[in-house]
Design a protein around this ligand. Structure first.
Ligand SMILES: [Fe+2]
Ligand SMILES: [Fe+2]
Length: 325
């Protein structure tokens, strides 16, 4: 953690160090660049006899009354929403990255190129996730609903300060990588195509998280203490807004599951499914990222202990059921 803080401090005071980091992101982006059809999909279809999201993310094993087929179905429904939620957040991420690139238009052309590539990759990812939605729809019963709209969410998120939006973005792009490395990659029982989608996505996200951090720290250096304090408040509001989306989508996904699963569920069981899906989504999109050491290290290097405590208090209700993990 101290090494990260020292590196951050060095990046802030050393334009050469920053340029090198932008240049390394460009080099990595060129080296790993992939194509949706040629590299990821390769004329394949999803194998619906296999899970999509791994148990560590879907938490389906906590529902002990479900048989294997229904656990698999619930993992596929969550996996479908997982892809849709990435497509959703990438709308505001691409717009914000284009916006902050303005500061480099007539300045550091290496930084500008890195951010242009970042935006281009997020546009490609959105196309990939639209394709995944269409392909999962082909193999699943009718009735699935994805409740939020990319532009509606983007309008709400982008009404907040750049500091808060970049904080949320770094958080998302770090947990994307952690989910792949810790849960998706090691699971040998997942649909191969589903696994590949997040393998290729992960490879490009690694550069994005580095750029988020550079841009967030750069934005932070220009803020007054009052503006930063407002940023902290807005970050808390954004996490609350994410939770609102998760509440709606988990309810929709639990309803869909209850309507199409094999087992006839009792009212109590339906409630358990709904509670489990909300818990899984809070883990996936909020808690796993906040527990990421790099996010905590950057955040604590930018804010005061009192602001850190304010964030901790505000998010405590969301974190509570996960403190045992
Ligand atoms: Fe992405
Ligand atoms: Fe990204």
């Amino acid at each position: 953690m101290q090494a990260t803080q020292q590196a951050l401090a060095a990046a802030r005071t050393s334009p050469v160090g920053e340029r090198n980091r932008y240049a390394r992101c460009i080099a990595a982006s060129k080296r790993i660049r992939w194509d949706i059809d040629k590299d990821v999909i390769r004329n394949r279809r999803f194998d619906f006899s296999k899970k999509f999201l791994p148990d560590g993310l879907s938490r389906v094993n906590e529902l002990t009354f479900l048989g294997e087929a229904d656990k698999r179905l619930l993992s596929q429904i969550q996996g479908r929403s997982y892809a849709n939620i990435f497509g959703l957040v990438e709308r505001f991420i691409a717009a914000k990255v284009m916006e902050v690139s303005r500061d480099h238009w007539l300045g550091d052309q290496t930084a500008l190129e890195a951010l242009v590539r970042f935006t281009d990759e997020e546009l490609k990812h959105q196309e990939l996730f639209r394709r995944i939605e269409a392909m999962t729809a082909e193999g699943m019963p009718a009735g699935y609903v994805f409740t939020p709209t990319p532009n509606g969410v983007a309008a709400a998120v982008l009404s907040k300060s750049t500091w808060a939006v970049l904080a949320l973005t770094l958080h998302i792009e770090l947990f994307t990588q952690e989910h792949y490395r810790e849960s998706i990659e090691p699971d040998g029982e997942l649909s191969e195509l589903y696994k590949d989608v997040f393998f290729y996505h992960w490879r490009e996200e690694s550069q994005h998280a580095i750029l988020d951090e550079l841009e967030w720290v750069r934005e932070d250096a220009n803020l007054s203490p009052d503006a930063r304090d407002r940023g902290v408040t807005e970050l808390i509001e954004l996490v609350g807004a994410v939770d609102g989306i998760l509440q709606a989508q988990s309810a929709a996904d639990a309803r869909y599951f209850s309507a199409v699963c094999e087992r006839k569920l009792s009212a109590d069981e339906r409630q358990s499914v709904e509670a489990l899906v909300l818990k899984a989504y809070r883990w996936q999109y909020i808690v796993s990222g906040l527990q990421q050491s790099r996010f905590g290290a950057v955040l604590t290097s930018l804010i005061t202990p009192a602001q850190y405590e304010r964030i901790g208090k505000a998010l405590e209700p969301l974190m509570r059921s996960f403190t045992a993990h």
